[in-house]
Design a protein around this ligand. Structure first.
Ligand SMILES: Cc1ncc(COP(=O)(O)O)c(C=O)c1O
Ligand SMILES: N[C@@H](CCCC[NH3+])C(=O)O
Length: 463
């Protein structure tokens, strides 16, 4: 298709959101390593490959849509986080970002611990052999069954989230004749610079117990009175997809001052603090995330400084990155079904998935990149919107994208950085079959979560 068929060029600035780049990238064929998994490149045919495998062959073998996860990249990121924090700290991978049994095995082998926030995540972790004492259980409304199972199997920590839960966990532990290690989740009153729905440390939201007004200090008092609970530390998680370390700095300062208050009031120095996850990743070339070593150094420095100022010993630090480990390691591969130019506006490119495999664009207005990966193209860039096949006009995968104007049905598009919160938040909307996750490593590919089938859907429909 020629540029004149897509007369969007002169009007980019009118239709791109304010502050967004207003010109197409110099070369649409370039796969920016900032947003693509480590082993993704273009081969001599012009097609993208991952782990040495051509995406056209992967599409042929596994179908589309499908998530392809670069195992080498995943392991390297685990290693980088472990290495950055060292022996004096613990890295808990946040399973909510994406969890499967293969992932649990990799985490175990790479020396990471695991944060789960539901009975389902706990079941996957245990079934893949993660030792229970390396698991922490979160959640603002854990069921009695979840609490019971966690205590029975001996999870390393339960992170308490409310006054009711303190009593519930103590009661179950007592009944089972166990003493359960717990942390208290506090809200530190930080407005994290991220989307409202994924900020979690301001006071007006559902998680944790507020430092302001003394709820957190009262929770400490109550927990310390209960023999069945062993209070090991304080937990804070300020939100997700955060680039600015300032929020962590305030959180660390406030958590450490609570530790000092606890020491002054009760004569105990709690041995652990957990500063949660939330570190941002690059979804587009505009994003510039920090490296684990820099994050670790910054967090260690803040905590050490604050502890010295309060004459406290430095507690064992833990963090809970989810997105920063798995997010960049996967891309979603789609096949183009229809290409619909809208005169003077943009071209709608419909792919064979959509909001059922990536809800983040609809839910958070998230930005993604997208590239034509089955071939290169020298055609002019056209302003496009990549949409899914669901019966919903908000079914947008990539809101603003430049794609080559000769894009045609049958081409393969890939959306990078979909490792976190895409498969784990996937749905069966319109009875879509959730796509598989295929792990690729060094010339080999294997399904780690299989594609759903109509039988899977019908099995649940017992009416
Ligand atoms: C308690 C807790 N820890 C860790 C995470 C992981 O966050 P992220 O994937 O942004 O690192 C979350 C999710 O935001 C969370 O709620
Ligand atoms: N699911 C969210 C982040 C929330 C993470 C869990 N507290 C996302 O996709 O960005």
């Amino acid at each position: 298709m020629s540029r004149s068929a897509h007369p969007a060029g002169p009007r980019y600035a009118d239709v791109m959101p304010e502050g967004h780049y207003t010109a197409p990238p110099a070369d649409l064929n370039v796969l920016d390593p900032r947003v693509w998994a480590r082993t993704v490149t273009r081969n001599t045919d012009g097609a993208a490959e991952v782990g040495g495998l051509d995406v056209r062959d992967l599409a042929e073998e596994f179908g589309t849509p499908a998530y392809f996860l670069d195992e080498e990249d995943f392991r390297a990121r685990c290693h980088a986080w472990r290495d950055a924090f060292g022996e004096g700290a613990d890295v808990f991978y946040a399973g909510k970002a994406f969890l499967s049994r293969a992932v649990v095995k990799w985490l175990f082998e790479e020396g990471l611990n695991l944060d789960v926030c539901s009975g389902g995540e706990l079941a996957v972790a245990l079934s893949a052999g993660m030792p229970a004492d390396r698991i922490a259980l979160h959640g603002n409304n854990k069921s009695l069954e979840e609490i019971e199972r966690a205590i029975e199997v001996g999870v390393g920590r339960i992170v308490l989230d409310s006054f009711q839960e303190i009593v519930r966990v103590a009661h179950v532990a007592e009944r089972l004749g166990k003493r359960q290690r717990v942390q208290i989740r506090v809200t530190v009153g930080v407005e994290a610079h991220t989307h409202e729905f994924i900020a979690t440390a301001h006071e007006d939201q559902k998680f944790g117990l507020a430092l302001a007004g003394g709820q957190a200090a009262e929770a400490v008092r109550r927990v310390l009175k209960l023999d069945a609970l062993d209070l090991v530390g304080i937990h804070s998680h300020i939100g997700s997809q955060i680039f600015d370390m300032a929020g962590f700095e305030v959180a660390a300062r406030r958590v450490v001052s609570l530790l000092a208050e606890v020491r002054d009031e009760h004569g105990v120095e709690l041995p652990e603090i957990d500063l949660g996850g939330g570190l941002g990743i690059a979804y587009t070339s505009e994003d510039d995330p920090a490296e684990p070593h820099d994050i670790a150094r910054a967090l260690r420095e803040i905590v050490t400084r604050e502890c010295e100022a309060n004459r406290l010993g430095v507690p064992r630090l833990s963090v809970e990155p989810g997105r920063a480990i798995v997010g960049p390691t996967a891309f979603t591969l789609y096949e183009v079904g229809t290409v619909k130019p809208l005169e003077g506006l943009r071209t709608y490119v419909s792919v064979d998935g959509g909001m059922s495999d990536n809800i983040r664009t609809a839910l958070y207005d998230a930005e993604y990149s997208v590239s034509l990966v089955s071939r290169t193209s020298t055609a002019e860039p056209m302003l496009a919107r990549v949409v899914g096949k669901h019966c919903e006009s908000g079914d947008i995968v990539v809101k603003d994208a430049f794609l080559p104007a000769d894009l045609a049905p049958g081409d393969l598009l890939a959306v990078p950085a979909t490792g976190a919160y895409c498969r784990s938040m996937a749905s069966n909307y319109n009875h879509a079959l959730r796509p598989p996750v295929v792990a690729v490593n060094d010339g080999g590919a294997r399904v780690i979560v299989r594609r759903e089938t109509e039988d899977d859907l019908l099995r649940l429909d017992v009416g």
